[in-house]
Design a protein around this ligand. Structure first.
Ligand SMILES: *Cc1c(COP(=O)(O)O)cnc(C)c1O
Length: 361
């Protein structure tokens, strides 16, 4: 019998989240962001759930080539653009759209002959100071792109450092508007958090995390936003211990029972991608009820308090995160964000795909 830990990817939930994003941003075109192996959900298995998106955006060049093979008609955007001269030429060959965020990338484009087939997205540095041209350099970069023999269309793009806090995009949006005033072309501004501000509805939106059913905000749950979890990480109890007052659990003996209690042993640990930093108290769902983990997470196992579920025993179902326990809640307990936990699902965890995702509403 196989180890009971399984991740289930719900393609219908992906489709539902995409439809919800379209309601948030009516009339906008949607890049489904599928970088980092579709946020840990598996790129190729996730694409069918997102086939109704207007395009796919990612950063991995090799992955983009395979997305192109599977979806010859979808626009594909490389969010970090090309990485060298060779990938610049290949991007043109494959018909990828390229973010252009650095002068060096323009130099690579300038060497290429026509015809004018390439769509680029000139990236504005709105204050995050990660990628993009500042206001002073933006206009010149635009003019150089116009002069490139291979460049057909130029979109204008920015990314926000603080879209998840109230008022967080005001300043960056002003800068973008000032820098791009009177420059023609499509616009793309919003990630999942920024989509909630309609000032960002200026053409294309770029949701990532929302599509996977997790929240981009620290203080608003995915459920309250109407999102549905796409990944369920589920296992079973493989052992039970009865503790007497003073008995400890796990490495370092960091949890000590203050009273007699039953402890369940779950087949899931940091070797599976569950965060070792999750402390006692982190929520988990066992045998139909919400309870908490206790003691230190080890590589293959973690331990849970069975007091709220006296009926639980070996074989009882456990959800680490999914529809019962939000990945964001686990992440918050562990001092990180849902994005990281989803991306970190370990290769050894078997993945099951659920849903048809072929339905067009
Ligand atoms: C990752 C990424 C996104 C998606 O961000 P979410 O917060 O996951 O919605 C959008 N735009 C760019 C440039 C990105 O790198």
């Amino acid at each position: 019998m196989s180890r009971p830990l399984v991740a289930t990817i719900d393609l219908d939930a992906l489709g539902a989240n995409l439809r919800l994003v379209r309601q948030w941003a009516p009339g906008q075109q949607v890049w489904a962001v599928v970088k980092a192996d579709a946020y840990g959900h598996g790129l190729y298995r996730s694409l069918p759930g997102l086939a109704q998106a207007d395009g796919f955006a990612l950063v991995e060049f090799d992955r983009a080539v395979r997305v192109r093979q599977a979806y010859p008609e979808h626009p594909i955007l490389l969010l970090e653009g090309a990485f060298d001269q060779h990938s610049t030429s290949l991007a043109v060959e494959h018909g990828f759209e390229l973010s252009v965020h650095d002068e060096q990338q323009i130099c690579w484009l300038e060497t290429l002959p026509g015809p004018r087939t390439l769509k680029v997205w000139l990236k504005f540095n709105s204050g995050m100071n990660r990628l993009g041209f500042t206001q002073a350099a933006f206009r010149l970069a635009f003019e150089r792109l116009v002069a490139c023999s291979v460049v057909d269309r130029i979109g204008l793009m920015a990314h926000f450092a603080n879209a998840d806090v109230p008022g967080g995009i005001d300043d960056a949006l002003n800068r973008f508007e000032r820098a791009t005033d009177a420059i023609p072309g499509q616009r793309s501004l919003a990630n999942s958090a920024a989509i909630h501000d309609d000032r960002t509805h200026v053409g294309w939106v770029r949701p990532g995390i929302a599509l996977y059913g997790a929240s981009p905000f620290a203080d608003r749950s995915a459920r309250s936003l109407g999102l549905v979890a796409v990944m369920r990480l589920e296992s079973k109890l493989i052992g039970v211990q009865s503790l007497l007052p003073g008995d400890c659990v796990g490495y370092g003996s960091i949890f000590r029972a203050g009273r007699p209690m039953r402890i369940g042993i779950v087949a899931c640990g940091y070797g599976d991608g569950y965060p070792r930093s999750a402390p006692t108290g982190t929520p988990i769902w066992v045998g139909g009820k919400r309870t908490r983990i206790v003691g230190r997470v080890s590589m293959d196992m973690l331990t849970v308090d069975l007091d709220p579920v006296p009926e639980a025993g070996v074989g009882s179902p456990v959800q680490l995160w999914g529809d019962k326990i939000s990945v964001d809640d686990v992440a918050q307990s562990a001092g990180t964000i849902g994005y990281e936990l989803l991306c970190r699902l370990a290769p050894r965890v078997p993945v099951r795909v659920h849903g048809s995702a072929t339905v067009n509403p």
